[in-house]
Structures are given as structure tokens and as C-alpha cells.
Design a protein around this ligand. Structure first.
Ligand SMILES: [Zn+2]
Length: 680
């Protein structure tokens, strides 16, 4: 159990309110205090003699240096994208920029690395065996990870090499920003007559801008996505998709080549075989070989199913869509359209009507009940009245506060702030963030969402996708909220990059279980559960085109892996993508398509795109353990408890594979994943 949960150290709500009212003066003072403290701690660490060094005065001093500031920084991070006042958001943003800029100079300190080495060669050898026992689980890993981190930053290298590395990193960072900016700023569009908009919903057409009497369709997601799904005109769909394949522009292809080359150079300076080798070292996958084995074997297994999906689309189009452009072969610009038509036919349910079954208040109540029951916690809302009594001020009246307590011990485990509705200047997607880390008090996590606001007549009604979002984000939040680690750098989502999406994707599975879906889907007026037929359609619909969709992810993963392990020349990346599309999907992309130029994931998810599928396979494997016992409440609770203990509570305090095996009681495998996709 988290030590603050054990001792009942509640969040300092007074300080939480105070931070929401920070002025420029407060932010400046915070920066000053922070750097004074940091410099003081660092110079204390540096001043010790080799023989004086121990875990406490060197490693812990370093790890805990920011502890008294971390909670404040996390709150400011969230407020910078959710505070109601623009002035505050701007101040918070400036503060964050300043903080990270100045921090670089302090953290990149040779003498601190020297201190680490002195400890490693000195007293660490004596202390190592008893560290975890004396300071808590994760202590040895903490130190080993710190050493690895310095090595990966190049501190081991001779001075000339360090300089070369620094220059390479600087260049890389500039070029990467340029690459992303070129995508963000890339603008193109097509113009359509009213006739050419045939098939599109009226309320979509109403939102379109008009240029010289024609309707403008852009490459932005809210514009291109419905257009490709609904527009009947093949010519116009092709025109738009072809433009989309030019996103980023030719200049980005050149940038990408330079970036890939620099990444390779950086990896080699640091002593790695290539960029992929460098990236996977501190991931769950560990090695280039393991990632390739994972990706290639799944590609092989899914090819047949994906071809069957495409075949089904072709047959459907030839037979039933003859009135819509006479599609003989479903081309790359037909895919979304034909898929949508087939889905409508097979699993047709009225999604507007369906929303009436997912009323926000009911969904929240049931969601907390479902997962509380499985993982062993009870959720209670701290309502407005109680918040006034306890002097808890939240940033907006539409932010809810929930208290999570342990079912058995009744101790308060964590708080969840749920920021439900959109408002001016707020983050526009859905996401979770740590608010209070759990190091200084019981943890607080926050979910930022943008659900439809209720009106006087109608409550907030959610789409199926929005309910799925709640499940997904709650998975991330619980990972942090239920963490019991000793060190912040090992808490919840601070685990290996390719493991982060496992707990969140695991949660989505529960939604498509009839037992739970039925409880969630209750009509807001009649209070009747959704009918059996529609429930079945929703559940079956989840696997629609699963072979194709997953193979696409794997092929994108392969593209990224090949690019970053030197299997293809970076200058050939555009051609290579065209070849892959032909090989796996029989797509005839235009010869001048430059997909990689607009593939934003290549910055940030570079040599890491595979992790989406990697995590998904683990999530399915985990879920298979729950699936077996869904009908047995007692066993289900046991599995839930075990999951909480072996996965959520430990976070990154031990090797992920170790946690996986402990939860599963066996080695992981891809059987559950393949079963979901291949068995109908
Ligand atoms: Zn996620």
C-alpha cells in the first residue's frame, strides 16, 4: 500500500486552491525557489568524498531533489491546458518553457555523473544486496536506471565524442520540430459542387466553408474523415486522398532522410548498432530481434484474414454498390467508403438513437461500480456541498471529484478529478494526467474530457466511442492512482514505453462484454436496457475488418522498424511505402505519393510505432484471464485483486516482463489476440 494511504496523509487542498490563483509573481518565486534548491542539493551531492557516498546521500538525494516541487509542477501542467483564464494558461505555459530550458543546464552535469560513478564503484557494491530491503522495492532498479540514463546521454564518452553527440542532438531537435511543423501547417483542399457532396450528411455539409460557390473539403481530420466515408463521388474521393498522400510536402522527405541519418549517427556515437537498437534498450521488447520476431510473425498470421476482409469488400462493392461509381476493385480511395457501407449493412444501428442509451451520469456510476467490483475499490463523489465544507476548490464547476477507497480496509486510496465538458481554451482531446503524484500525499489524478454538455431538456448523452474513451482513460488513471511504488520515477505510467497502453486497452475489452454493456446501456427516459439484437450487433461490430485494420498497423510498424534499422535507405522511404501497400493490401497508390512526409508519428514514436500492437497483444492476453471467470464473481474479484497487485501497484518498480508473468502465472503469448481476430 502507498505509504501516504497507509498513514492517511490527505491532499493539501488549501495549497491546491492556492496554485490555481498564482500570479506572475508567484510563478517567478517558484522558479527561483526551485533552482536555488536544486543547485544546493546538487552541490551537496558533488561535495561528498568517494568513501562517504551511499545510497541515501547520493542516489536518494538526486531522486528526491524535486519531490517538494513535483506536485506543484504537475498541477501547473494540467492548469496550463485547462484553467478557465487565458492569462493564467499563458503564464503557466511560459513557466513550463522556462523550467525545462533552465533545467537542461543543471541536469547535464559531468560532476553529478562522476558522483554516480564513485558510488557505483564504491559503496554500491557493499550496499546493493540490502538496498531493496532497506529502502523498499525498486531501489536497485532505480540506481541501475539512473546509470543507464547517463550512459544513454553520452556521459561515458570522451570529450570530443560528447561534443559531436551534442551537435547531432541539437540538429536533430531542430529538424524534428521543422518536420512536425511542416505537417501541421500543410494546407490543401478540394472544391466540390453540391452534386459532388452526394451521400454526405446534411449537418456535415452545413459546416463547410464555401469558396466561389463551391464547397471546400480540407485535409483536416473532421473534414476528410466523413468525406471519405460518405461521399459517393469516386473522382472526388481520389482527388482528396491523393492530395492527402502529399501531406508534409517534398521538403519533408528530404528532412526525414536527414533526420534518419542523424539518428543513426547518434546511435553509433553512443555505441549502438542503429537507432532501433538504441530505442528498444530501455523498452519491454529489449532487442531489435525481439521486436522483429513479434511484428513479422503477426504479419504472417494476419495476412490471410486481411485478404479475406478485402475480398469481402470487393464482392460487396461489385454486388451492391453498382450504382455508386461502378467499383470493380476497391481502390485505396474507396476503402473507407465501402467499409462504411458494409458496416452499415451488417451491423446497422442508429448511432444517434444509441446515444440515448448512454447517459453520462448513469455510465459513470456503472463504470465505477463495474471496476470497483473487479479491482476491489468503492467510489464516492465529493459533491459541491462537501467540497465547500472541506474548502476544496476546483478550477471549474464542471469538474467532479471522486474518492476511491479500498473495499476491505476502507482506507482512502486516491482521488480522481473528472473534468467533463468542453470550455474555451481547454485541451480539446481526451487524456489523463497526474495531479498530485502520491509521493507527498494520497494521489490525485485528473481526466480531461470533452463530452456533450447537458441542456435543460436533454442530459449529456455519449456515443459508444466516448464510453470507450472513459474506459481507456480510466485504465491509465488507475495505473497511477493505485500505485504503491516507493519512487515517483517508477509510478504507474512511468513504466516502459511499450507497456503504457496495456492497462488502458485492457479496460476497453470489458465494454464489449454483454454482461457489462447491458448495465451501461439504459435509456435515459424509459430506463429500459438496450435490446438484445442491438447489443449483439455492437459486440460483433467491434471485430469488423479486424484483420485488415491490425495488419495495417503492423505494416506501418514494419515500415518504421525498417527505416530505423538500416534495412531500407531513408531516401527511398516514399517508394518503399508504395511497395508495402501493394504487397500487403494490393493497393495501387499514385507513383508520386509521399506518405512518409506526412507520417507525424515518425517524430516521437520513431522506432516505436510497433508498441501500439505490442501493448494490444498483452492487453488481450491479460483480458483472457478475466474472460475465463466473468461468470464467477468470487474468482473475478481474485483475478482483479491480483491484477491490481502485480501490475497496477508496482508500475515501473520492477521489470515489466516479471510483472506480466506474475499476473498471468505463465509466459505471455499472442493466442488470445489471434483468437479475437481469426475466430468469428
Ligand atoms: Zn492511452
Amino acid at each position: 500500500m502507498n505509504k501516504n494511504v497507509q498513514k492517511g496523509i490527505f491532499p493539501d487542498w488549501f495549497s491546491v486552491s492556492k496554485i490555481q490563483k498564482y500570479t506572475k509573481k508567484d510563478f517567478d518565486k517558484l522558479l527561483k525557489d526551485y533552482f536555488e534548491n536544486k543547485k544546493r542539493v546538487y552541490s551537496e551531492i558533488k561535495s561528498l568524498k568517494k568513501e562517504e557516498r551511499n545510497f541515501e546521500n547520493t542516489v536518494l538525494a538526486l531522486e528526491n531533489c524535486d519531490d517538494s516541487f513535483d506536485d506543484t509542477f504537475h498541477q501547473i501542467g494540467v492548469l496550463s491546458i485547462s484553467h478557465t483564464k487565458k492569462e493564467y494558461r499563458d503564464l503557466a505555459n511560459d513557466f513550463e518553457k522556462e523550467l525545462s530550458k533552465k533545467n537542461v543546464d543543471i541536469v547535464y552535469d559531468d560532476k553529478i555523473y562522476k558522483a554516480i560513478l564513485e558510488y557505483r564503484e564504491g559503496n554500491y557494491q557493499k550496499e546493493k544486496k540490502s538496498l531493496d530491503e532497506k529502502y523498499g522495492v525498486g531501489s536497485v532498479k532505480l540506481f541501475e536506471d539512473i546509470c543507464k540514463g547517463y550512459k544513454r546521454m553520452g556521459f561515458d564518452l570522451p570529450k570530443t565524442k560528447q561534443k559531436e553527440l551534442k551537435n547531432t542532438i541539437k540538429k536533430l531537435s531542430k529538424l524534428s520540430i521543422d518536420f512536425s511543423k511542416n505537417i501541421d501547417e500543410y494546407r490543401d483542399f478540394i472544391l466540390c459542387s453540391r452534386e459532388e457532396l452526394k451521400g454526405l450528411p446534411e449537418n456535415f455539409i452545413k459546416t463547410l466553408e464555401k469558396v466561389e460557390g463551391k464547397y471546400k473539403i480540407t485535409l483536416d481530420y473532421p473534414s476528410i474523415s466523413p468525406f471519405l466515408q460518405y461521399a459517393e463521388s469516386r473522382e472526388k474521393r481520389k482527388e482528396l486522398v491523393d492530395k492527402n498522400y502529399k501531406k508534409g510536402g517534398v521538403k519533408n522527405l528530404k528532412l526525414l532522410s536527414e533526420i534518419v541519418e542523424l539518428r543513426d549517427k547518434k546511435a553509433k556515437i553512443l555505441g549502438y548498432k542503429n537507432h532501433l537498437d538504441y530505442r528498444v534498450e530501455n523498452r519491454m521488447s529489449k532487442s531489435e530481434k525481439a521486436v522483429y520476431l513479434f511484428n513479422n510473425s503477426l504479419i504472417k498470421k494476419l495476412e490471410k484474414e486481411s485478404n479475406a476482409n478485402i475480398q469481402e469488400l470487393n464482392e460487396f462493392a461489385q454486388k451492391e454498390l453498382s450504382g455508386y461509381g461502378n467499383i470493380k476493385k476497391v481502390e485505396y480511395f474507396d476503402l473507407a467508403y465501402v467499409m462504411n457501407k458494409l458496416k452499415e449493412k451488417k451491423y446497422s444501428y442508429d448511432s444517434a438513437k444509441l446515444k440515448e442509451y448512454f447517459e453520462l451520469e448513469h455510465v459513470l456510476k456503472e463504470t465505477f461500480k463495474i471496476f470497483g467490483n473487479i479491482f476491489g475499490f468503492v467510489v464516492r463523489e465529493i459533491d459541491a456541498k462537501e467540497r465547500v465544507e472541506k474548502k476544496i476548490n476546483l478550477v471549474d464547476k464542471n469538474v467532479r471529484l471522486y474518492e476511491f477507497s479500498d473495499e476491505k480496509s476502507k482506507k482512502v486510496l486516491a482521488y480522481l478529478m473528472f473534468d467533463l465538458f468542453p470550455r474555451e481554451g481547454k485541451y480539446t482531446h481526451a487524456g489523463h494526467a497526474k495531479y498530485l503524484t502520491g509521493i507527498n500525499s494520497i494521489p490525485v489524478d485528473v481526466l480531461l474530457c470533452n463530452f456533450p454538455k447537458p441542456t435543460k431538456e436533454i442530459p449529456s448523452l455519449l456515443s459508444l466511442g466516448e464510453v470507450e474513451t472513459i474506459f481507456h482513460e480510466l485504465g491509465h488513471a488507475l495505473h497511477c492512482m493505485l500505485s504503491t511504488t516507493n519512487y515517483f520515477s517508477q509510478t504507474g505510467t512511468n513504466c516502459d514505453h511499450d507497456f503504457v497502453e496495456v492497462p488502458s486497452q485492457l479496460m476497453e475489452n470489458f465494454l464489449f462484454e454483454k454482461k457489462y454493456l447491458k448495465k451501461l446501456a439504459v435509456h435515459y427516459k424509459t430506463k429500459k436496457s438496450l435490446d438484445e439484437k442491438t447489443l449483439n450487433k455492437i459486440i460483433e461490430g467491434k471485430n469488423f475488418m479486424n484483420g485488415y485494420a491490425n495488419l495495417r498497423q503492423l505494416v506501418l510498424g514494419k515500415f518504421d522498424l525498417d527505416l530505423h534499422s538500416g534495412k531500407i535507405k531513408a531516401t527511398d522511404s516514399a517508394k518503399y511505402y508504395i511497395t508495402l501497400s501493394k504487397k500487403y493490401f494490393n493497393s495501387n497508390l499514385p507513383k508520386d505519393a509521399i506518405f512518409p512526409a506526412g507520417f507525424g508519428h515518425l517524430m516521437g514514436y520513431d522506432a516505436g510505432y510497433y508498441s501500439y500492437m505490442w501493448a494490444l497483444v498483452y492487453a488481450y492476453d491479460f483480458y483472457s484471464e478475466f474472460e475465463k471467470v466473468l461468470k464467477n464473481e468470487k474468482r473475478l474479484k481474485e483475478i482483479g485483486r491480483r491484477y491490481r497487485k502485480e501490475i497496477l501497484e508496482v508500475g515501473g518498480s520492477r521489470e515489466e516482463m516479471e510483472s506480466v508473468k506474475r499476473f498471468l502465472g505463465r509466459k505471455p503469448n499472442n493466442k488470445a489476440f489471434l483468437k479475437k481476430i481469426l475466430e468469428k
